[in-house]
Design a protein around this ligand. Sequence first.
Ligand code: PLP
Length: 358
Amino acid sequence: MSYERPNIRRMQGYTPGEQPQSGRPVKLNTNENPYSPSSAVIEAVRSIDPEALRRYPSPSSAVFRAEAAEAHGVHPDNIVCTNGGDELLRLAITTFVEPGRPIGMAEPSYSLYPVLAAVHDSPVERVELARDWSLPEDFARRMNAAGVQLTFLVNPHAPSGTLYTTEETAGLAAALDGVLLIDEAYVDFVDPELGHDTLPLIRELDNVLILRTLSKGYSLAGMRFGYGIGPADLIAPIATKTRDSYSVDAVAERVATAAIRHRDDAAQTWAAVRESRAALQAELEALGLPCTPSQSNFLLAQVPAGTGGGAEGIYQALKARDIFVRYFDQPGLRDRLRISIGTPEENGHLLGALRELI
Ligand SMILES: *Cc1c(COP(=O)(O)O)cnc(C)c1O
């Protein structure tokens, strides 16, 4: 006898990238920042007052929201803190999607989206991206025709690293009947010379919700802290109704506040990652593995047929050498490897192994 709801019984859970817990793997599979958190962040961890553990945390993470509001030039009411960015994705569904109504997304994108839709018992409205990862012209029309109330757009796109311009995302939001959640998990790694900034959209459009996380840009994936930025009318129901009162703990809020206050330190790691990204792309292409231009902290490399047993073969052979990259067994990605940008040393290990395998 199964007690699960039928949709839970039918669904498959999310498959996380491998998280090897022993040895000294070269870990280029889950897009962590290869550099340590800043010294100010480490100091904030060390100076946690045990008294802060006895008491419940601030239900609204008020100190972090004030700090982040200043950093982003918005009001604290435009910000809601969550247990990792992933919790914001789930809360956006809970808050904006009636059970049974479809959830929109581009295909491929973050593989957690369809899992969260299945948990909510919502069908998924998928629109395939063009071969160059661009959004099809009729994207919004198809979402509206299907009655989609919430659309996820990851930008820079995962797993390709492609950046959609602010004009494009604004046009998409304006054309959609429902909420557009712009998942900016990787936005910190965008080249600052591009001047990319979607934050003004939350004043111009009432249906734009932006996801940010400290996991990637701030080297804090182990801590679980994310936040949403949006018009107060989108943020309020999440902050005051659907969110658990204490989903963000006191330690995380303290550390996250230090991270945002000292974001110039993190920005140095972003610059280092961008430099390594260009170098690694050049080396991979010299090996015959063309990469999609990336504004993120990973590269999507294409493995031409017959090269080293194909993408899956190379993935397995690297894993046997304790080098982890990501292989997605899904349409459009079976000839690709997604490689997180590591330190120059880690990237060197990867390239050394690839030279032997290819
Ligand atoms: C990493 C990531 C997130 C959020 O991750 P958290 O660790 O839960 O903050 C959201 N979207 C995408 C596409 C990601 O890669």
